[in-house]
Design a protein around this ligand. Structure first.
Ligand code: AQP
Length: 345
């Protein structure tokens, strides 16, 4: 019988710029919902951010910005653990160990590395290549069982499961000998649910909405004001046809499907219900409705982010307290990993 692990949620967001509506709908809204169901740990993954160049002042500001967004969106720092990754050294230690567990062939298959390294592969940092190993360490350091993420992280979660499995297999004799049963690490479940698991760029329906996209018009930032949100949706690329009444009618219409998915996620309606209401409407009718809804949902969060960012001392205290709590879970796990592997401590 395979071992049962205590349910625990872990996820993270990189401080690589302004958080987008994609980060919010794909990840953060789920973080908020899950904290009432399970012990939850939410990290600002600053060591992932530095796999690509980050200006030091921007990195510090974005780290506090992501923490502020977590708080503003409704993550309770008492119920959940909020911290930044670089404060808990065990992430880097387990990350190194996983560099020695994961196989080159596994990492060579990662599509995000190919997308982010682009044509300039030879000049990409080695950190960017082994990024998924550090992500596996983030999750498995807390023996997390559930990981709410957007669709783009699915492949990395599969790799995390492969690393956990290989570690459990490679050290099976040691696990038995030290009383850990047949598994030290769980097989974490990705939680990729809802109508907005992959929010697309407003300028190109084939590209993911991304905080590091050079075009600010491609995304809605959580801190955009009402006029900016309205302007970005007004200029969002669409086709000339009216919205269909049925889901089938969105086939091959990536931009239309994206806007319908965003409306559904923000309103809590199904996409069918959105089409039931707006089927037959032109985008000139639908886009202002979508803007109004987005402003209604995002304006209070933006105001709260601004209020929190005006008090960086408070944010730093939340991150410091969270790091201490995270470290107290991480250290015994790392110590056991060392014992299992025969690393003398
Ligand atoms: N467009 C998206 N739709 C749905 N979910 C998304 N996520 C990101 N973009 C979308 C989810 O947000 C969480 C945090 O993402 P991340 O900061 O770790 O990095 P990312 O996935 O690479 O997101 P970005 O915005 O594209 O960042 P950059 O531009 O720095 O690469 C993850 O759960 C992710 O799935």
């Amino acid at each position: 019988m395979s071992k049962a692990f205590t349910p625990r949620v872990f996820s993270g967001v990189q401080p690589t710029g302004n958080l987008t509506l994609g980060n919010y709908l794909g990840a953060i809204t789920k973080f908020v919902a899950l904290q009432d169901q399970q012990e939850s740990i939410y990290c600002v993954v600053d060591m992932h951010a530095i796999t690509t160049w980050q200006d030091p002042a921007d990195l510090s500001a974005a780290t506090r910005g992501v923490a502020a967004a977590y708080l503003a969106a409704g993550i309770d720092p008492v119920k959940s653990i909020i911290f930044n990754q670089s404060r808990v050294g065990a992430h880097a230690e387990l990350g190194w160990i996983f560099n020695c567990i994961a196989r080159m062939g596994w990492l060579n298959r990662m599509t995000q590395f190919k997308e982010k390294a682009g044509k300039n592969r030879e000049n990409a940092s080695t950190g960017l290549f082994v990024y998924p190993n550090l992500m596996a360490a983030d999750i498995l350091l807390y023996q997390a069982t559930h990981v709410p993420v957007g669709e783009d992280q699915k492949q990395h979660l599969e790799l995390t499961r492969d690393i956990a499995q290989k570690f459990n297999n490679d050290y099976a004799d040691q696990l038995a000998r030290l009383g850990f049963g047949d598994a030290f690490f769980p097989q974490p479940e990705p939680m990729i649910t809802g109508p907005a698991t992959r929010v697309m760029s407003l300028r190109d329906g084939s590209k993911k909405m991304s905080k590091s996209d050079p075009s600010d018009m491609s995304r809605i930032n959580l801190t955009d004001d009402a006029d900016t949100i309205a302007q970005k949706f007004r200029k969002a690329r669409t086709d000339p046809d009216p919205l269909p009444s049925e889901m089938d009618g969105l086939e091959g219409r990536a931009e239309a499907a994206n806007l319908v998915g965003i409306y559904a996620a923000l309103s809590g309606m199904t996409q069918d219900a959105v089409l039931g209401e707006f089927g037959g409407s032109q985008f000139s009718t639908f886009k202002p409705e979508l803007s109004d809804l987005a402003v209604e949902k995002l304006a209070p969060i933006a105001a709260e982010i601004r209020r929190l960012e005006a008090d960086p001392g408070h944010i730093d205290q939340v991150l410091k307290d969270g790091a201490e709590r995270a470290d107290s879970i991480a250290q015994p796990v790392l110590a056991s990993v060392k014992d299992i592997m025969g690393l003398v401590r």
